[in-house]
Design a protein around this ligand. Sequence first.
Ligand code: FAD
Length: 503
Amino acid sequence: MDESNPAKSPVPLEIFRQVVEQAALAISITDSQAHILYTNPAFEHVTGYAPKEVIGRNESILSYKVTPKLVYETMWAQLLRQRPWNGLLVNRRKDGSRYLANLTITPVMDKSGETTHYLGMHRDVTEVHRLERQVQNQKTLIESVVDAAQVAIAMLDENEKVILDNQEYKKLIAELAAEPATTMLASLRAAMGAEYDEIKSTGKSVADREVRFVRENRKTRWFCCSISWIDEQDSSADGFYVPSRRKFMLLVIQDITALKEQQEAIRVAALRAMLAEQDRIRGLREALSGAVFQLQGPFNMLAAAVRMLERQNGTNMTDTLVTSLEEALATGNRTLETLRACIPSPSDEVMGPVDLNAVLMDLLRMMTPRLLAEGVTVEWLPSDLPVLIGRVTQLTMLFKALLENAIEAIRELRGGARRELRVITSRYDGRIEVAIENSGPNIPETLRYKVFEPFFTTKGAEHQHIGMGLTGAQEIAADHGGLIVLDNIPGGGCIARVQLPTT
Ligand code: FAD
């Protein structure tokens, strides 16, 4: 606009007046003391005051006294420096209702630089403020719920970088001394393979995947992870008309270590009960078999005597004696049959896939209190083993017998001798070998094969050891097409090697 000659302005002054009149903003013009000189129709619409009701009055007519005095002081300090001011004020309409005004005041100066007027423009932003507060309240509510949750929660961007987390997640960072999300996702990726990439590209959810976290000299921790996806609309100006979405991963991690330990304890207790039952049955079989074996000898002798008497019949012997002896023999044989019938039959357990490392781990775990009590140091050196098709209970009994023998051997050590048990698993040439080494005394060369004989024991009756451990173990190994070899370790100790074919 050409100020020197308003008439030459491309926009006539009347247009300027009409613009102000028809503007949607509430516009007021005051003198330098904030006395209202002009208001437009939008002002009346927002405040409820007609021009004639406010002309000559101070703008403070709109003031609702909850706006802090400091706000006005700051406003006036700014205006007196001839700078525009913008801020929020709580205004009161003519009808007494309040609204939040977003107000901009611009000083208008004359040619000499004196402020002669003020231009005020404001709009009612109560609704915007209400929505902002509502969003803020919801955010606070969600954050407190997420923070109070007993599970670790993290939100990750496309690059799997954590952008939001909760208190439990922060605790987990300290406990694991690592970024939990990175650790969990690496484990999930390894376990899920191609499925992981698929869920990432399709945005499919994943629920309750277990992840094990192992660290040297620390107890193993277990976590249950779930993944879901959140789509966020682009909130930038660019995305206003051409919306684009960003996908975030919501990772929920629940520590299930206590639950796992509980399950593990129940499983080991069940295993212990099962093995005790198997031991009881085996003991009964052995005792009854032994009794039948011991009784069979005298009965055989009796049968021979009866046959001799029958051949000599007709001499001095009476029929009555032969008959009595025959009756006694028949009764004895019936008793033997009854005893044989009482011997529990060997288990008819079906063959199935067996993880020998897991079997040995379970046994070592189960025997831990005993090993600790005996002061035995255990070295567990497993290799990756193929799955063996076998009878899991029988194999468990086999290794239990060998481990018990090893502990028994170590018990015989006196003084400060090394008390070591080493369990090594390996695979070669279609075979799995489990070596159980103990640092106990050597087996005398003469007894290396005898120890596999039924009823043989080197322990003596005071240990109540009936000597069937190795025999039973050898039977089980043979039943699986394998064998047990006992070797002495030069300088002391013994290795029991169990070799089982995998094909
Ligand atoms: P007061 O006690 O009168 O003022 C509070 C403090 O502000 C004083 O202590 C003083 O430091 C300062 N102050 C007040 N008047 C002046 C002055 N003339 N010069 C220097 N300092 C001063 N107020 C609203 O509440 N709502 C509005 O919509 C609004 N719109 C306005 C539009 C324009 C164009 C202008 C110029 C002012 C507007 N005001 C508005 C401000 C209004 O004039 C009052 O200053 C304000 O309402 C406070 O008045 P009060 O009577 O509550 O407090």
